[in-house]
Design a protein around this ligand. Structure first.
Ligand code: DP6
Length: 400
């Protein structure tokens, strides 16, 4: 590109997060302000991440975005809200006169390209990683170094929790303008090295109600949701923080399961009711409780978001036996060798006692595959220019 101002291009990656105290319900739809605080675990980017390149140039005539190689409509209100917000922050920085070096013109249009390293078809929520990555990349390209909670949140509420690694809370805040509705790290990723996360991918046949519409209907119709937000979540936030700080797995696991169950109870209390769990999800719930009962303690804990996939927390020494139990209950159908992805898992055999305790009829193929992962860091900037998804012309590089 022959111009006196070069193309400014930045590539970042951002993680997926899974809530252990769930966000469900907004008090302000436009500003994406929640009715309760929430708390999540950031998953490792070696297994699940979004990569985003943002480039600005005075040569660009319009803002454009490509997701997984396909151009999408940049006019979507949530994308527009993120762009407006980052440009507002960049202007604010300039007017306060503390920029160094002087920023490029804010009138420059931006090109954005974003890809996930995991199949979107698996139904794993990607909007949190996607909007966190977008916020992070835009901030770098426009030279913004303030808190990015609002930028990410305007894209998707849960995205503000993907701005940090480790264990992250999203404080609901009280102000009508949302300035105090921010994400903050509770503990870094190195805090609990034994913690492991298994994503049990369950095939879904039906089209599900999206989170945004689902939670809106819940806010309008579920008295249980209001009770949860006002009378249950505040104490749970404090208790979950304690569990994490003290690495108390038993209490962490129990509270994680209870909060997931209560979130799904509010979905059933919504009118018309919403159900995200399917038969396989419920079998996984039973498997986890049978496994724990057999051991006489909480060794594994499930949580489910707005879909049938289970996310299971456990400690590293329990992983092989639990994976063997999953294989027993959901014998892999065709892809036995690809059943386990991510971190390596050692072999284990099931004792006759545990096999008897599992008490479920095997459902072949019920779990399509497992992704084994762990707690991970927050967004990163990639310095290697080869990582850019946009070429020197500002258009997506041809897929290799
Ligand atoms: C069930 O962040 O996807 O995963 O703010 O409308 O984009 P919007 O919703 P979203 O909702 C996530 C809901 C959840 C629970 C959670 O992640 O806390």
């Amino acid at each position: 590109m022959a111009s006196e101002k070069p193309l400014v291009v930045v590539t970042c990656t951002a993680p997926v997060n899974i809530a252990v105290i769930k966000y469900w319900g907004k008090r302000d739809e436009d500003l994406v302000l929640p009715i309760n605080s929430s708390l999540s675990v950031t998953l490792h980017q070696d297994q699940l991440k979004t990569t985003t390149t943002a480039a600005i140039s005075k040569e660009f005539t319009e803002d454009r975005i490509w997701l997984n190689g396909r151009e999408e409509d940049i006019g979507q209100p949530r994308l527009q809200a993120c762009l407006r917000e980052i440009r507002r922050l960049a202007r604010k920085r300039r007017s306060s006169g503390d920029e160094d070096p002087p920023p490029l013109s804010l009138s420059y249009k931006v090109h954005i390209a974003s890809v996930n390293n995991f199949p979107t078809a698996a139904g794993l929520a990607s909007s949190a990683a996607g909007y966190a990555c977008l916020a992070y990349a835009l901030a770098r390209v426009y030279g913004v170094d303030s808190d990015l909670s609002e930028v990410a949140r305007r894209g998707s509420g849960s995205a503000c929790r993907s701005l940090f690694g480790g264990f992250v809370e999203w404080q609901m805040g009280e102000r009508p303008d949302g300035k105090d509705s921010i994400a903050r790290q509770v503990a870094p990723e190195c805090h609990w090295p034994e913690l492991r996360v298994l994503i049990l991918v369950v095939s879904a046949e039906r089209k599900l109600t999206g989170s945004t519409v689902g939670m809106q209907t819940s806010v309008e119709t579920s008295p249980l949701l209001r009770f949860r937000a006002e009378s249950v979540v505040p104490a749970r936030m404090a208790e979950m923080t304690r569990c994490i700080q003290e690495r108390d797995f038993q209490a962490f696991g129990q509270l994680t399961m209870k909060d997931s169950n209560q979130f799904h109870a509010t979905c059933l209390d919504t009118f018309p009711p919403i159900s995200y769990l399917n038969d396989i999800s419920r079998r996984i719930v039973r498997l986890v409780h049978c496994f724990n009962a057999h051991h006489g303690q909480t060794k594994v804990a499930y949580t489910f978001d707005a879909g049938p996939n289970a996310v299971v927390f456990t400690l590293n020494d329990t992983v092989p036996e639990f994976v063997a139990a999953v294989r027993h209950c959901f014998p892999p159908e065709s892809n036995g060798d690809k059943f386990l992805k991510g971190l390596p898992v050692g072999p284990a055999s099931l004792s006759d006692e545990l096999r008897a305790a599992l008490d479920v009829d095997p459902t072949p193929g019920g779990v399509t595959y497992i992704i084994a992962t762990q707690v991970g860091p927050g967004p990163q900037v990639l310095d290697d220019p080869h990582a850019h998804l946009l070429g020197p012309d500002g258009l997506p590089k041809a897929a290799a």
